[in-house]
Design a protein around this ligand. Structure first.
Ligand SMILES: Cc1cc2nc3c(=O)[nH]c(=O)nc-3n(C[C@H](O)[C@H](O)[C@H](O)COP(=O)(O)OP(=O)(O)OC[C@H]3O[C@@H](n4cnc5c(N)ncnc54)[C@H](O)[C@@H]3O)c2cc1C
Length: 444
């Protein structure tokens, strides 16, 4: 017999991780009464498969929800990165020095997730309900009106004006609602481990990202002197790892240019990884519900955009939907506006990310921009701001920056590449990644 059958909220959010906690805080701050459901019962539960480099694009949301201050308080690293390429290192801070360019944070999920969950639980208007697993959507006339599920002690059902799926890449809400999705292959696999005692060049705490073309690796310092080191490799190399994952991982890390000295550091974790991690774009709204974070868009882990977009998509949804919660027609229009915003903000970037996830070698335009960034500090800053997802694809390939790259490199793009740019570089709104199809019918 369901308990609390009569409980009604303005918003029910399924999933109390990065996206869900951010949305709960933001909705409640705007006066909504929010139920925040999480299947795991421990307040210290955290995601394990993540290397937790949070891009600078999420800084405004992190500040708004009080997370930036809290992260500074626990010693999270204000992040930046140097990038190794065959043309040399791209060093975005070469001109400005450390701490001037926009930053996000690097912080382990075992620190981040409980912190964020506590911030949500302490926000007036948020009812955090750990140990609640959603297994059913309640509907009336095709409109999602709530959720039902199980706890250790029985069952529950909650009604709400809006149901939000913040329940990750295998989203239960999306599955139950039959949300259309596009899946594209990720042709890389990844393994990573945590170390104490890795010394960083020049005593800086910049991450080091290796573009080994088509393989990748990164070395990222976090709070408490812990560094995560990841190898993200083309699946063509899976055979190297088949018999001895740990040995192959260690060999790969030792072989990196200016490799981190793992043999004089302490490894404090197993080698963790995933072999198959497809990219999933879902239509982010339907009748009476919305998806945020990985539930809406699971991108390539290599691009390290997941946590930032989880927080940002939460804020795009709240901005559109919070003022419209009292009225069905206004809510429909607000959900449609959120779906469009999601497509505009993520679509062009996601298009490029999905193309690069095929693990093909650099194309001509990438080689052109990477080479210029390695040779010129202004181009390096431009490259970094784009990678931090603070710049559109169009602005990244703006004519003045292409002209500067030409001058720095001493070579020009081919006619074919220029034609591609003129037609709309891959990923510009003209060629968005599947979003037009997914947007069709995004709200009634
Ligand atoms: C190998 C790897 C490395 C990565 N590295 C980075 C990185 O460096 N930087 C970065 O930004 N991103 C990275 N990511 C991506 C990042 O981990 C995700 O994008 C991010 O966790 C998405 O947050 P979310 O809140 O949307 O979903 P999740 O963090 O997946 O949370 C979903 C929540 O929903 C809960 N839930 C699910 N189903 C139910 C249900 N039925 N009932 C109740 N609760 C439910 C889950 O328990 C969980 O708490 C990486 C991913 C991988 C795989």
């Amino acid at each position: 017999m369901p308990e609390n059958m009569t409980d009604t909220y303005d918003v029910v959010i399924n999933g109390a991780s990065v996206a869900g906690c951010s949305a709960a805080i933001l909705f409640a701050r705007r006066g909504a009464r929010v139920a925040l459901l999480e299947r795991r019962s421990s307040m210290s539960a955290h995601k394990v498969l993540c290397t937790h480099y949070i891009q600078a694009s999420a800084h405004p949301v992190m500040t708004e929800i009080g997370l930036a201050d809290a992260l500074d308080g626990v010693g999270a690293i204000r992040n930046s990165a140097d990038y190794w390429t065959k043309w040399g290192w791209i060093k975005p801070e070469a001109r400005t020095g450390p701490g001037v360019l926009p930053h996000g944070y690097s912080v382990r999920r075992e620190t981040l997730d409980p912190l964020l969950r506590r911030l949500a639980a302490e926000t007036e208007g948020v009812d955090l309900k750990p140990g609640h697993t959603v297994g059913e959507l309640l509907t009336e006339d095709g409109w999602v009106t709530g959720v039902a599920g199980t706890t250790a002690g029985g069952t529950f059902a909650l009604r709400a004006r809006l149901v939000v799926g913040a329940d990750g890449k295998d989203s239960t809400v999306a599955r139950l609602a039959g949300t259309p999705a596009e899946i594209s292959e990720n042709n890389r696999f990844s393994y990573f481990a945590y170390y104490r005692g890795i010394t960083h060049p020049e005593g800086r705490t910049s991450a080091r990202v290796y573009y080994l073309d088509p393989d990748n690796a990164y070395v990222m310092p976090n709070e408490d002197g812990v560094t995560v080191i990841a190898a993200v490799l083309s699946k063509q190399r899976l055979d190297d790892f088949k018999d001895d994952i740990e040995g192959a991982y260690l060999d790969l890390v030792r072989s990196l240019p200016e490799a981190p000295d793992i043999d004089n550091a302490e490894r404090i974790s197993k080698v963790i990884g995933t072999v198959n991690y497809p990219l999933i774009s879902r239509r982010p709204t339907g009748t009476g519900y919305a998806l945020i974070g990985d539930a809406a868009l699971t991108s390539d882990p290599l691009s390290a955009v997941g946590c930032a977009w989880a927080m940002q998509s939460a804020s795009w949804l709240v901005e559109a939907a919070a003022p419209a919660l009292a009225d069905d027609d206004r809510l429909s229009a607000a959900l449609a506006a959120y779906a469009r915003r999601h497509a505009t903000e993520t679509g062009p970037h996601q298009h490029l990310i999905a193309d690069y996830a095929t693990a093909r070698p650099f194309n001509e335009i990438e080689a052109f921009m990477f080479e210029a960034a390695a040779k010129d500090s202004r181009m390096a800053e431009h490259f970094h701001v784009f990678g931090s997802r603070l710049m559109t694809v169009e602005d990244f390939m703006a004519p003045d920056m292409v002209a500067r790259a030409e001058k720095v490199n001493g070579w020009s793009l081919s006619e074919e590449a220029l034609r591609t740019l003129a037609e709309g570089a891959p990923g510009t709104p003209a060629q968005q990644h599947g979003h037009d199809d997914l947007l069709e019918g995004a709200a009634r």
